[in-house]
Design a binder for this molecule. Sequence first.
Ligand SMILES: Nc1ncnc2c1ncn2[C@@H]1O[C@H](COP(=O)(O)OP(=O)(O)OP(=O)(O)O)[C@@H](O)[C@H]1O
Length: 361
Amino acid sequence: MSSTSAIDIRFHLPLSGFTLETDLQLPGKGVTALFGHSGSGKTTLLRCIAGLERPREGFLRVRGKLWQDSKQAVFLPTWKRPLGYVFQEANLFPHLNVRKNLEYGRKRAFFIRQPDGLEQAVELLGISHLLERLPERLSGGERQRVAIARALAVCPQVLLMDEPLAALDLQRKQEILPFLTRLNNELDIPILYVTHSPQEVTRLADYLVVLEKGKVLRSGTLEETMTALDSPLAQGQQASTILVGTVSAYEAEFHLTRMAFPGGEISLPTGQAFAVGEPLRLRVYASDVAIALHPVQDSSILNVLPATITGLANDQQGRTMLRLNVGGTALLAGITHKSAAVLGLYKGMQVFAQIKATAIL
Ligand SMILES: Nc1ncnc2c1ncn2[C@@H]1O[C@H](COP(=O)(O)OP(=O)(O)OP(=O)(O)O)[C@@H](O)[C@H]1O
């Protein structure tokens, strides 16, 4: 990552009983998820980036622009930082309609560059039909879409989102997720996204920072961090791999979509037809990946990919997690400790990964 396109963050912020200590370089575009247990410091880190906390020692450079450097006594106040901030609650002004809520934020912003920022935000969040409504006449999901549009209407250089879905029920979450995916695809700014939810991480993130007690436990691409055998995300029933690729074919007769990814090709049944070339993101649970020593001929499993074992970790419940390299893509396989022993699996061994099921994210 070059320092002109990245976000460089170094903060040392001692609070009573808790110290935030971060030294990070994050990508200057895409979604970076900040993940960790309650109290690990995710919100405090966002507040530092927003200039709402002022660490005595701090350095922050966003895509080549210095926002903060305690050594040079540089500290841009919050109102001069070109950022959008979305909270758990939408916090709209109840007496202003949606349009006026959006305009209010824009009027107060110091840094607006593009005159059509508001229209773009309205279009991106699909809220043009809501502009004349008062917040009390919006659903929770709509309110949150307005809050996101308000943050984007000021044309920020970075979007900070603090658990934007946490206050919503499952159905509302599902309603908003496609808009968040769209932001990631269509905006050229980085999004820092705080969440507790492994599902949101896997659905949205390109890059992941795992925080624990104010420190960075791990940071890297989603693939690296999810498949590192000592990562909290690679443990238990939720352990999964995200495969990113494009549709290579659709077999209408079988309602079967084939996706090409750097490690090969994978097929999955889909209710809807996808166009060739369309981007797809699939989740493969580790528990849905089995291991064979030879390519199996007579099997109902469609996806059999040659792989090399790059790591093994046993837990205390009789399970072994394998990290595989499938043509350059990391894949987790969760099998029993007994199967690993019977097959004589070891690091460096060539095997075949049989992928039983996948889900589109
Ligand atoms: N102004 C403050 N003064 C003292 N302690 C603080 C202050 N702000 C936060 N803390 C403490 O810092 C720690 C991290 O809090 P923070 O809200 O950043 O965690 P989090 O990971 O966002 O948690 P959650 O997921 O529950 O929102 C907590 O122990 C909190 O009590």
